[in-house]
Design a protein around this ligand. Sequence first.
Ligand SMILES: [Zn+2]
Ligand SMILES: [Zn+2]
Length: 352
Amino acid sequence: MYNAKAYSASSPTSQLTSTTIPRRDPGERDVQIEILFCGVCHSDLHTVRDEWKDVMPAVYQCVPGHEIVGRVTSIGSAVTKVKVGDSVGVGCMVGADLTCPQCQKHMEQFCPNVTLTYNSPDKGAGPVTYGGYSDSIVVDEHFVLRVPENLDLAAAAPLLCAGITTYSPLRHWGVTKGKKVGVVGLGGLGHMGVKFAHALGAHTVVFSTSPNKRDDAFRLGADELVVSTDAAEMAKHAGSFDFILDCVSAEHDLNAYIHMLAIDGNLTMVGAPEKPLPLGIFGLLFGRKSVSGSMIGGIKETQEMLDFCGEHNITSDVEIIPIQKINEAYERMLKSDVKYRFSIDMASLKAE
Ligand SMILES: [Zn+2]
Ligand SMILES: [Zn+2]
């Protein structure tokens, strides 16, 4: 075991502060990574404030962060996937049994024995896993991703959660050239959804309550922006979408978007509204439409997503912050005051 520098919360109401955490010494299948950047995901905030206590109660001290990029500093004797000096990433998972039916189908995210990157029971150094708000991490090579060298690392970090969360359902539902795709909510997830839908060749439409987002939507790759509160504009698009990616975590009217779907169209939720949303079933019956959910993606697909980003030069739009600004960043994230993701420069942790 060794000590790593980190930022942690010690209770649901405390600020994140500097601390040290135990990390396991690298075993033969392990990769030790110097963390250079870590994206800031809404899940980080939900977890440190214990807002998901019914499903995944937080264990303190709590070190969040699952949009990790860095450089390999050492590898175990059995590691073949990466070498020292490589740019690598770690997303939301650091372990799974790799033998269950889900793992065999490359869907480790649905493994009953998945180990999440933070706040998950850990057989290694701590009582729970500690995430990426830290200067280093040790991860089984299966869960280490190669980051294409042409990508800016600070801007690549959010690909590990926001990127795969939006890429996976677009691929699963066959988004390609000739399809009409809607993206609801232009935030951390939505802006990645727009970039991917555009790169996959789809006619990409952003739904927004605000016409002020039009310039940004076009810059990100959208072909149109529809103001969702404008009934006449919405009516023009009714029944025309093959696929809609719904990135909204707040309460909102799903049925208005189901009305936008074409026959056999699908709406996939990647946001997680706290309370159940009313679903008008008639809207689904007339047109054999479906509503579904999606959560990150498997390791194989995450690598495919990163390679796709390398080919198409796709990264997240980020605001780089020092770790000392993390508490302020959480408050700003709650007000959607970020374009479109915070990325922590972990060099700032050296000052602690
Ligand atoms: Zn996340
Ligand atoms: Zn499994």
